[in-house]
Structures are given as C-alpha cells and as structure tokens.
Write a protein that binds this ligand. Structure first.
Ligand SMILES: C[S@@+](CC[C@H](N)C(=O)[O-])C[C@H]1O[C@@H](n2cnc3c(N)ncnc32)[C@H](O)[C@@H]1O
Length: 323
C-alpha cells in the first residue's frame, strides 16, 4: 500500500492550456514525444492518446513522486513509454548528445499542484512545514540551507532578482538577525519574519506577503532558470525538421528566456544591418507558431485559478521541406 501522500488522484494536477498544447504539438501516430515535465502526467496522457497506440513517449521529471503517476499511465497506454528521472537541463542535453530525436517536446515549467499542496515539501507559504522546496529530495541544497547560511546581500539579490521583492534588503536583514537567535527550520518561521520585516500596509496588498520571497527561494534552490537555459538548445537539437516545441511558463523571468531563445533561433542572418550582403550564412532554425503567447481563457481560469499566470509559446523546427 502506498503512503497516503503518494496515492495518485485524478485531480492531483489539472493540465494547464491542455487543448492549446495539443494543437501546437499536433502529435501524429508513430511520432516520438518528450514530456520533459511529466508531473502527474496530465499533458502526457493527452499526448499519448494523440499517438493513437503507435509511437513513443519519453517522460522526464526530477521529482521521484512522478513515478507513481507514470506507472498509472504506462498501464493504460499502448504506446512505448519510458520515464527518465532527472533535471531536464541535464537529461535533454544527454539525450541530444546520444542522438535521440523527437517530433514534439513539451516543457510545462515550475511546480505541480501535488508539490504545492503537500505541505511536507515546504513549497507553500500557506502551511507550516519543514523549509525544503527541493523538487528532487535527494539534492543537497534546500531552502533551509540558503536561508540559514547565505549572506544578507546575496539573499537580497535573489529576492529582488527572482521575486521582484521591493523590500528585499529589509527582509534579508531580518532573516540574518532572526537566525542568529535560532536557525530557521520551518516555513511558518520564515513567513513570520517576512511579515515583520515589511511595512504594515505592504502586508495587505499584492497577494500574500511571503509570495515573492518563496518564489525566489524556489527558483534558486532548484536552479530553475539555468535548467531552462540549458534545456532549450538541447530540445531544439533533438527535434526533427518539422518537430514542435511548446513551453508553458508561469512568471516573466522564465517567459523572457523562452521568448529570447525563440526570437534568436527564428532570426536567420545575424550580420549588422549595414552589411550589403550576408556573410554569416545563418539560417532560421525555428518558426514561431504564433506571435503572442497563448493565455488561458475565461473558462479555464474559472475552473483552475492556478492557470492564471500561464503563458504558452510554441515553435516548429525548420527544414522539413528539404528533409
Ligand atoms: C507544472 S508541473 C507539470 C505538470 C504536468 N504537465 C501534468 O500535466 O501533470 C512541473 C513538473 O516539472 C517538474 N520539473 C520542474 N523543473 C524540472 C527540471 N528542471 N527537470 C525535471 N523536472 C522538472 C516538477 O517536478 C513538476 O513535476
């Protein structure tokens, strides 16, 4: 019998922009699909269904709890499925380096509802729990280590950079003062320290007062932006000509990395504009499938408020004509 926390339920994670992802990835029978953020397998189940019994699905997730959901999917589908546990920023370059090709690749970034809703994972400011935030619990560094050992200047930098926290400096100083008395062990202690460090009116505006610091710590602990930056070129390398890439991001830092990557790889010639002829010889590698990111509609937002900040960008690898 599985421990209660690992009992998978249908409603564990509602896949965001599910229909839009399917349309962008346009999976056909016989293709190879990579879901690099398997989670509870919501998107993967839909994409596996689109393979209509023929093809391959490679699932990746750094969180070992994904296995339980993967096993459920493996029992239900006729397609060839495989789960690789690890950071997609490492696994995708390894797959690309080994010559593995794909026709459709999905990255649905960030944390899943199962991670957020299980207080023992320490991602949520809404429940008192051990201060952890590791997507991969075997990883050495947790939020507890960052909060208890980093210099206040470095803490302030990540709160500002990854959380856009206005009171970054004040919060960082308060953390360092508090931990001199007693190291932080629990999310609740951090929430109390954040609340006490910011001016009273700021405690009531713009969401929960600890939201931005928790986001910053989560991004830092899991190296989220580096993983994304490493994954995108590898995903492009893996795609066959005509292959599709779809990325769902949940905050502007991620979306900026995706947007710049797509724009750079969509551009052909990189010669300065005053060059009379092209000397670089660069050809566009991708073609964006839409000019603006796709956002959830009213119906989806009403059914799943967590989709609120989701933005989907998708592109197709060029060269299908010559292939
Ligand atoms: C938003 S959830 C994906 C949910 C999934 N699309 C579904 O429908 O169930 C993000 C998942 O990606 C995983 N993840 C995030 N960053 C990762 C990384 N760098 N490498 C591997 N998995 C990662 C998380 O552990 C989480 O399970």
């Amino acid at each position: 019998m599985l421990p209660n926390v690992l009992q998978p339920k249908e409603a564990d994670h509602v896949p965001v922009l599910a229909q839009e992802v399917r349309e962008c990835l346009a999976v056909e029978p016989g293709e190879t699909v990579v879901d690099a953020t398997f989670g509870a397998g919501g998107h993967a189940a839909l994409l596996a269904a689109d393979l209509r019994g023929k093809g391959k699905l490679i699932a990746i997730d750094r969180d070992p709890t994904a296995r339980t959901y993967f096993e459920q999917l493996a029992k239900r589908t006729l397609v060839n499925v495989r789960l690789l546990r690890g950071d997609f920023g490492v696994v995708l370059p390894q797959l690309a380096g080994n010559g593995v090709h794909a026709d459709a690749i999905l990255l649905d970034l960030g944390v899943s509802s199962m991670q957020l809703d299980r207080p023992e994972r320490g991602f949520s400011y809404a429940a008192d729990a051990p201060l952890d935030m590791r997507m991969d619990p075997t990883q050495d560094i947790s939020a507890r280590d960052v909060v208890n050992t980093w210099a206040d200047r470095d803490l302030a930098t990540i709160f500002r950079r990854y959380g856009e926290e206005r009171y970054a400096k004040q919060i960082a100083r308060a953390i360092v003062r508090r931990r001199r008395e007693q190291p932080f062990e629990r999310t609740g202690e951090l929430v109390d320290t954040i609340k006490a460090a910011i001016p009273a009116p700021a405690r009531f505006g713009d969401g929960h007062p600890a939201k931005r610091v928790f986001q910053a710590l989560r991004i830092e602990v899991n190296g989220e932006l580096d993983a994304l930056a490493n994954a995108l070129p590898a995903a492009l390398e893996m795609l066959r000509p005509g292959g599709r890439l779809a990325v769902i991001s949940f905050h502007s830092l991620e979306d900026r990395i995706v947007k710049r990557f797509l724009r750079d790889r969509e551009r052909g010639c990189t010669c300065p504009p005053d060059f009379p002829v092209c000397v670089c010889g660069h050809e566009p590698e991708l073609r964006a499938l839409q000019r603006r990111p796709i956002r959830p509609g009213q119906a989806e937002l009403a059914a799943n408020p967590r989709a609120g900040s989701a933005r989907l960008r998708a592109a197709m690898k060029t060269g299908a004509e010559e292939a």
